[in-house]
Ligand binder design. Structure first.
Ligand code: SF4
Length: 355
């Protein structure tokens, strides 16, 4: 067989691996914005294929990690001082607050229940009319619609004992905030499935390159190889490497649902600070379902753990291994910061796959 015949016989994955493993050009910094990408890249051993001049940076796309300390403090206050039943995804239970986590509060008598979806939380509220229930609504564009569906159901059932404590976030402000630390974004495929490509195109207009990536090994390898090849061409680019899920327009239905119940607000990101219009809060007409208003919560300034460097990790300024507490004081069993707790956190990924 001729050389070109052999080349044609190579699978797309083999070609991607070859492009990545033989790259010897100038350093390329690729930020995997999404925490699931970070974990999948580790889990599938993709990092070990990359030469030193392809640098992967873990970004701020883990919803639990970027949720600020003050949010945990609010949840603890609702549980201990206001007597509410807290309904939450499991990861949030162990995230340290200023003084205590929800797990600690549970030890002091708080009712904290883990649910697998906002819909489960709404059903719990329906089945426990004597409890004042609050669902901790965190997440990005992908998970926010399901909080809105739960709210819609609660309204339909006339529930008075169900509310949301919102820390929902949107990605565009974070995309803009991280531009200086990276050359190419590996855009989160599931966010783009909802939002479509318009936000990535706006980033392209600002000169920021990006590749929309799926989550399987072939999809990730292809996206990384495309990022390398297109960077070599020297012009900003946007390539959708996840077309089986991501379309140009995304899901207008999901966006309309969110728009019906929520509106943009400034939002605090752990370690990064307040980003303008980077969050979502319930519209005023749904104040009865807004836990902050319903229970008259005071403004809380959270205190981050002194030596935890989650903020720098989330901005891609350092890797978890640069944190002096990594793997010594801070482990998944005894997390000091949110990035070590969450199943999507960069610190937990570096720890789990450290060998
Ligand atoms: S290793 Fe622990 S203390 Fe250090 S940045 Fe990560 S979560 Fe924070």
């Amino acid at each position: 067989m001729t050389d070109s015949g052999k080349e044609n016989k190579k699978s797309a994955v083999e070609k991607a691996v070859e492009i990545l493993s033989t790259y010897d050009g100038p350093k390329i910094r690729i930020m995997e914005v999404c925490g699931t990408h970070t974990h999948e890249i580790f889990r599938q051993g993709i990092r070990s294929l990359l030469p030193e001049n392809i640098s992967l940076i873990s970004g701020p796309g883990c919803p639990v990690c970027v949720t600020p300390v003050s949010f945990i403090d609010e949840a603890v206050m609702l549980a201990l001082d206001k007597g509410c039943t807290i309904l939450t995804f499991g990861d949030l239970v162990r995230v340290p607050g200023s003084e205590k986590s929800l797990q600690t509060a549970r030890g002091e008598g708080a009712i904290v229940k883990v649910v697998y979806s906002p819909a489960d939380a709404q059903v719990y509220a329906l089945e426990h009319p004597d409890e004042e229930t609050v669902f901790l609504s965190v997440g990005f564009e992908t998970t926010t619609p399901s909080s809105c569906i739960a709210l819609e159901q609660a309204i339909a059932h006339g529930l008075k004992n169900f509310s949301l404590l919102c820390a929902n976030k949107t990605m565009p402000a974070a995309y803009r905030a991280m531009m200086d630390t990276t050359d190419v974004y590996l855009y989160p495929g599931h966010v783009c499935a909802i939002q479509g490509l318009s936000e990535c195109r706006q980033m392209l207009e600002l000169g920021m390159s990006g590749v929309v990536a799926g989550f399987t090994a072939p999809e990730l390898l292809t996206a990384l190889a495309v990022a390398v090849r297109k960077t070599e061409e020297g012009r900003p680019f946007l390539v959708n490497c996840y077309p089986r899920v991501v379309t140009e327009e995304g899901s207008p239905e999901a966006r309309a649902l969110v728009h019906r119940y929520m509106q943009p607000c400034d939002s605090r990101w752990r370690g990064i600070g307040v980003l303008k219009n980077s969050g979502l809060t319930l519209r005023p007409e749904y104040a009865d379902y807004d836990a902050r208003k319903k229970y008259n919560l005071p403004g809380i300034e959270g205190k981050e753990a002194k030596l935890c460097r989650c903020g720098q990790v989330l901005q891609g300024a350092i890797t978890p291994k640069d944190c002096p507490l990594f793997g010594k004081v801070c482990t998944p069993e005894h997390p000091v910061g949110a990035c070590m707790v969450s199943s999507e956190g960069a610190c937990s990924a570096f720890y789990l796959y450290r060998k």
